[in-house]
Design a protein around this ligand. Structure first.
Ligand SMILES: [Zn+2]
Length: 412
């Protein structure tokens, strides 16, 4: 494996700042939703950079931009990239850094080593956040993996009511042609992304190597009791769903805490009926977001949560029901790619930590078509989805150098 692959920090810095100009929001924010004029400008800029780097550029049927460096031996492509759309507003690094990293890494390899044996491709994916069309997450990577149903474009609506099909047509894309974006000639996908959490910072390490992406289940739990007067009804005669909810909420949070990292459980939303200060509630509905990247540990976490919910409801004589609004199985990254990234980091002299991702990423989708792994770059204060997100240039460069070394090992 090649050591000492260096990328030009000035090139990285310029790319981050220039891309952030498309949809610039305040001092350091970015507001760039898919198929908006700002997004079009960002993809145009990315296209121009790919051409400048001597890559063959292709915009696919959903608007993903691919920059390809052909391989002398042909074969399936080695791909890196991430998404260009942002939260409303988001920061400069989420997604954008991964798209830039792929391009800079491939450009650097081409300049230093010439044409690769295997084809190398950088990709700027078109919609990961769902920030304009809330149910369109992973639109770009879903198109690549053939996971967009024929009626999805017309039935996927944005916050302002328009369909994603209309938004596509407005920027010159034809929804009928989405199946053309599908790829069956990919060998590996390595996505670089900011960590979006505090683990690397806490460990004082610039780069993380992702060996698994968390499984997530969203429960909506409804507890029903009997609404009664807050003064006239003695405690021992109440069927109080708030008391049950409080017990369950603190219980599931404590369960994840006791299980230890990387288990997490969050209750982020509670709806109380009738929600009056002097009324024992009739019903309390709340969400439980539970995540774990290990399939067996995930099952154990969910089972503990469900056992507690049943036990509390029975003891307090409450009716309980729940359903899942989201259920994503954990993804184990390709062990060989993970090992290669660890080796690349060691060879480049970049200290790293192998860790799970607690957030979902396009990589999860791409895993349907090829082997995958990810690289994380340290996030300042663990922050993301805000203009305050920041990763230092040194950390970004370190991550891109590890990526370049890994792509070299895979393609040359
Ligand atoms: Zn992202």
């Amino acid at each position: 494996m090649a050591a000492g692959i260096r990328v030009d920090p000035a090139l990285v810095e310029r790319a981050v700042l220039e891309l952030a100009m498309e949809g610039a929001h305040g001092e350091t924010g970015v507001w760039r939703t898919v198929y908006s004029p700002e997004w079009v400008a960002a993809t145009d800029r990315y296209t121009a950079w790919c051409e400048e780097a001597g890559l063959r550029v292709h915009r696919d049927a959903v608007g993903n931009v691919w920059g390809r460096l052909d391989g002398t031996d042909g074969g399936k492509a080695i791909v890196s990239g991430s998404h260009l759309d942002s939260q409303r507003p988001g920061g400069r690094y989420d997604g954008a850094l991964g798209a830039i990293a792929a391009l800079v890494a491939i450009r650097t390899l081409k300049e230093r080593f010439g044409p690769p044996r295997r084809p190398l491709e950088a990709v700027a994916l078109c919609e990961e956040e769902g920030s304009r069309f809330p149910s369109a997450n992973f639109w770009g990577s879903r198109a690549i993996t053939g996971a967009i149903a024929p009626d999805d474009p017309e039935t996927t609506h944005g916050y302002d009511g328009e369909s994603i099909a209309e938004a596509m047509r407005a920027v010159g894309l034809e929804p009928e042609r989405i199946p053309e974006a599908e790829r069956d000639d990919l060998d590996a996908f390595v996505e670089l992304h900011i960590e979006q959490g505090p683990i690397l910072e806490q460990s004082r390490l610039p780069v993380g190597i992702v060996n698994a992406i968390t499984g997530i289940r969203h429960y909506v739990v409804e507890l029903r009791g009997t609404a009664n007067h807050a003064g006239a009804f003695p405690m021992d005669l109440r069927r109080d769903p708030m008391a049950g909810a409080a017990e369950i909420i603190s219980g599931v949070v404590a369960t994840a805490h006791r299980m230890g990292r990387p288990a997490v459980t969050t209750v982020g939303r509670v709806v109380v009926e009738p929600n009056g200060p002097a009324i024992v509630p009739e019903a309390v509905t709340f969400t439980v977001d539970a995540r774990h990247p290990d399939p067996a540990a995930r099952d154990a976490l969910y089972a503990k949560h469900e056992a507690l919910m049943r036990e509390v409801a029975a003891r307090r004589d409450l009716e309980i029901s729940w359903h899942h609004t989201f259920d994503q199985v954990p993804l184990t990254c390709d062990p060989e790619l993970v090992r290669l990234l660890e080796e690349a980091a060691a060879n480049q002299g970049v200290p790293s930590l192998t860790m799970a991702s607690g957030a979902v990423h396009d990589t999860q989708r791409m895993a349907a078509r090829c082997r995958v792994a990810m690289l994380f770059v340290r996030s300042k204060d663990g922050r993301s989805h805000t203009p305050a997100e920041f990763s230092s240039l040194d950390d970004c460069v370190a991550g891109i150098e590890v990526l370049a070394a890994a792509l070299h090992a895979l393609a040359y």
